[in-house]
Structure formats: structure tokens, C-alpha cells
Design a protein around this ligand. Structure first.
Ligand code: ATP
Ligand code: MG
Length: 424
């Protein structure tokens, strides 16, 4: 017998028992975005490889070891998108969306990274991201954070995510700091692990990210990025902190928060949780005022974030049972006999014409009355419509309230009106 072909490691199927929850969560997220006037942008899943190398940075984990890159049949190097910002900026430049105007955009879809699969970390995962172009003040940074905070409330997880915030300053401030940091690290190479030594010259700020406790202890004595901030970045950060305080959003300043992607400047933030084990960052973002220029456009200020939907779904599943109820229908249509089956299909369509919101499922594949009632219960229906040969002959239908057990016989033409009454 042939061996079964299985899905690729780290790339999940999303089964009907879970998709209802996904849809409910996505619906909630989109409603909030809509309420802030953000518009959806849909982007290709595959882009030219140099786009990601230039945007994300050659010496980041993502570009060094996580991208799915392959040659197209004509020899072009293509990459499955590991994140959404690069493609969004590319599209913005290509379609002239970025100059002399503002854009508040969002996207949703699969991203691909070759990582070790584990809970909350997959090779195909989904992000919902937002990107704003053309606004440079801290007010828009604050708006993005307020929008995400509103999401947590709507999803019932607000108590379980915490905001961490930092400013990484201008490119120049960071370069000065980098020199100071490397100078410090050089004096303490003995404490550094291999990973940190590798990062020390290529991308020294990532050493701040190290999970190694000895390195973290050493960093207590290291020069601080906040001491190197340029005046404008400092004012921007103070402005943001004030706006968040005014809005009642608690935050912690985490001076080691630097983010893995190279394009950030000034504001960086993460929403983190302790409810998911090691994969604690649910949503992460920041400002990237030089990326548009870096990708060939004219300088345009920009700020955005990306949220990992798998981690969000895990959180909602763990913390908000209200959201995870299985999908149900309103009405189950039962019939017995071939003639009644055909009549059932016609009746169902007539009811749908009048009640487009109604969730109506028609029984197919036969089964005796008892079996069909069991199916109705399994789907949580509160009403059954029943058609036998006699009802069909008389153009009638039996309407059974599955909660009370009461039933009545009606003319088929009255079905929709009666259902509307019963379900209102
Ligand atoms: P991490 O430190 O967890 O690797 P990251 O800094 O690489 O995250 P970003 O590139 O900022 O993550 O992506 C934003 C969000 O996307 C993350 O906070 C996380 O919720 C989600 N995410 C990133 N990589 C994965 C993955 N492999 N599987 C599932 N979700 C992911
Ligand atoms: Mg990562």
C-alpha cells in the first residue's frame, strides 16, 4: 500500500473545530480596525528575495537562517514572505500610495519561517499587521497601541498581556551606542556565549536580547541605550509615554527591547504574556522611518506592528471560554422519502430567500426520524422542520420547537414567517 503523504512539519491544517474560533477572533479584530479607519491591503505571498534582504537586514535571524528561498524556473531568486512590512512598503512605493498622503493599512495572512516548530512557533504561521505611513508624531504610535489594547478587551484577554516599550533612537544615536556597547563587550568576552560572540560585531544590539542569565547579569553594567538617545527621539518617546498615561494604558520600559528586524528606529513595543510558555510575544512593532527610502522610495515616516494569530488564538482558547463555543445552526430540516427530500431542498431555498441570516442545515443521506433528530441536536439546532410524504402532498410542514418539544403543522408558505417569530 502506498505511504500516506503528510503535511510539512510546522505547517498546520486548521480544522472545522478550530476555524469557527479563528473567524470569530478575526471578525473582532477587523471590526476594531474598521472603527479606527484602517483599510485592508492584500499582498503576494512570494516576493523577490532582495526585498527581504534589504528591508529586514542581512544579519538578522530571519534572513540568515529562517527564509524559504528558491529559484523560480527562470532563475530569479524568490522567497516566501517571512513578514508583511517589506511587501507592504514595496507595494506602497510601486502604486504611489505613500507621497503627500497618509495611509492607515492592515493585512492578514500566512508568513513562512524555517524555525524549530513548538507550541506557538510554526513554519507557516499567520500575522495580522498594521502599517501607517506619512505621520511622524508620537500620537500615531499611541493610536496603534490603543487599537491593540482595544483588541485585548474585546477578546477578553486584557488582564493577561502586558505592554513593553522602548526607544532605540535614530540611526546615528544607535551607531554611537553600538560602538560603546562593543567596547564594553570586548572587555568581557569570557562571559559571552557563542551566539553573543557571533552577534557582537555583526549585530551587537541583539546581544541585549540574549536569554542567557550570565549575559543578562553582565548587561546590568553595560552602557545604556537610553543615555545615547538623540534629543528628538527622546522628546518623541516622552510624548508617547504621556499619551499612554493619559489613555490609562500601563506599560513597562524595557531597555533591552531592541526587536529582531533591522528597520526599526525610535519607538519599539511588544505585548507579552506569561500564559504561553516560552513564546510570550503576541504582538510586536515600532517605527521605521527610513525603510521606505531604503527600499528606493522618498523618505516617508512609518510605524506599524505585526501580531501572531496562532499565539493569540492559543491565548483566547486558554483564557476566554465564551469565545470558544463550537459553531451551531438554528434550524435542521428533516425529511423522509425521496419525494420529501426533493421538496426539502426547495423549501430550504425558499426560506433562505426570505431569511438570509438564518443558519439552516438540510439533512441529506436519509436516516430514520430519530437519527435525524440526533443530528439536529448535535448541531445545536433549536428548531426542526419536518417533511414526510403527507406534508409534501398537502404543501405543509411540521415545525418542531426542540427546546419545548411542542410542534405544529403549517402551510409551507408560512414557514419563514413562523421561524422569524420563533427565533427572534
Ligand atoms: P520571536 O522572538 O518569538 O521569534 P520575532 O521577533 O521573530 O518573534 P516578529 O518578526 O516581530 O517576531 O513577528 C511578530 C509576531 O509574529 C511575533 O510577536 C509572534 O507573535 C509572531 N511570530 C513570529 N514568528 C512566529 C512563528 N514562527 N510562529 C508563530 N508566530 C510567530
Ligand atoms: Mg523570531
Amino acid at each position: 500500500m502506498a505511504k500516506n503523504i503528510q503535511a510539512i512539519r510546522g505547517m498546520n491544517d486548521y480544522l472545522p473545530k478550530d476555524t469557527a474560533l479563528w473567524q470569530r477572533i478575526e471578525g473582532t479584530l477587523k471590526k476594531v480596525l474598521d472603527g479606527y479607519g484602517y483599510s485592508e491591503i492584500r499582498l503576494p505571498i512570494v516576493e523577490q528575495t532582495p526585498l527581504f534582504k534589504r528591508a529586514i537586514g542581512e544579519v538578522t535571524d530571519v534572513v540568515e537562517k529562517e527564509m524559504y528561498t528558491f529559484d523560480d524556473r527562470n532563475g530569479d531568486s524568490l522567497t516566501l514572505r517571512p513578514e508583511g512590512t517589506a511587501g507592504c512598503v514595496r507595494a506602497g512605493i510601486e502604486h504611489g500610495l505613500l507621497y503627500n498622503q497618509e495611509q492607515r493599512l492592515w493585512y492578514i495572512g500566512p508568513m513562512f519561517r524555517y524555525e524549530r516548530p513548538q507550541k506557538g512557533r510554526y513554519r507557516q504561521f499567520h500575522q495580522l499587521g498594521a502599517e501607517v505611513f506619512g505621520l511622524h508624531g508620537p500620537d500615531i504610535d499611541a493610536e496603534l497601541i490603543l487599537l491593540t489594547a482595544r483588541w485585548w478587551k474585546a477578546l477578553g484577554i486584557a488582564e493577561h498581556v502586558k505592554l513593553e516599550l522602548n526607544s532605540i533612537g535614530s540611526l546615528e544615536a544607535r551607531a554611537n551606542y553600538r560602538n560603546a556597547l562593543v567596547g564594553f563587550l570586548e572587555q568581557h568576552v569570557d562571559v559571552l556565549d557563542e551566539d553573543c560572540k557571533r552577534r557582537m560585531y555583526r549585530n551587537p544590539l541583539r546581544v541585549l536580547d540574549s536569554k542567557n542569565p550570565e549575559v543578562q547579569a553582565l548587561l546590568n553594567d553595560a552602557p545604556r541605550l537610553s543615555e545615547y538617545l538623540d534629543e528628538a527621539s527622546r522628546a518623541h518617546f516622552t510624548g508617547l509615554c504621556e499619551l499612554l498615561a493619559q489613555a490609562g494604558i500601563p506599560y513597562t520600559i524595557n531597555e533591552c527591547l531592541v526587536r529582531g528586524l533591522d528597520y526599526y528606529n525610535r519607538t519599539v513595543f511588544e505585548w507579552v504574556t506569561t500564559s504561553l510558555g516560552a513564546q510570550g510575544t503576541v504582538c510586536a512593532g515600532g517605527r521605521y522611518d527610513s525603510l521606505v527610502e531604503q527600499l528606493g522610495g522618498r523618505a516617508v515616516p512609518a510605524v506599524g506592528f505585526a501580531m501572531g494569530l496562532e499565539r493569540l488564538v492559543l491565548l483566547v482558547q486558554a483564557l476566554n471560554p465564551d469565545f470558544t463555543a463550537p459553531p451551531t445552526i438554528d434550524v435542521y430540516l428533516i425529511s423522509s422519502g425521496a419525494g420529501a427530500q426533493r421538496a426539502a431542498m426547495q423549501l430550504a431555498e425558499r426560506v433562505r430567500d426570505v431569511l438570509p441570516q438564518l443558519k439552516l442545515m438540510t439533512n441529506y443521506g436519509g436516516g430514520n426520524f430519530k437519527k435525524q433528530i440526533t443530528r439536529a441536536d448535535k448541531w445545536g439546532a433549536c428548531v426542526a422542520l419536518i417533511l414526510g410524504e403527507n406534508e409534501v402532498a398537502a404543501q405543509q410542514v411540521v415545525v418542531k420547537d426542540l427546546r419545548s418539544g411542542e410542534q405544529e403543522t403549517l402551510a409551507q408558505s408560512e414557514t419563514a414567517a413562523r421561524l422569524a417569530q420563533m427565533l427572534s
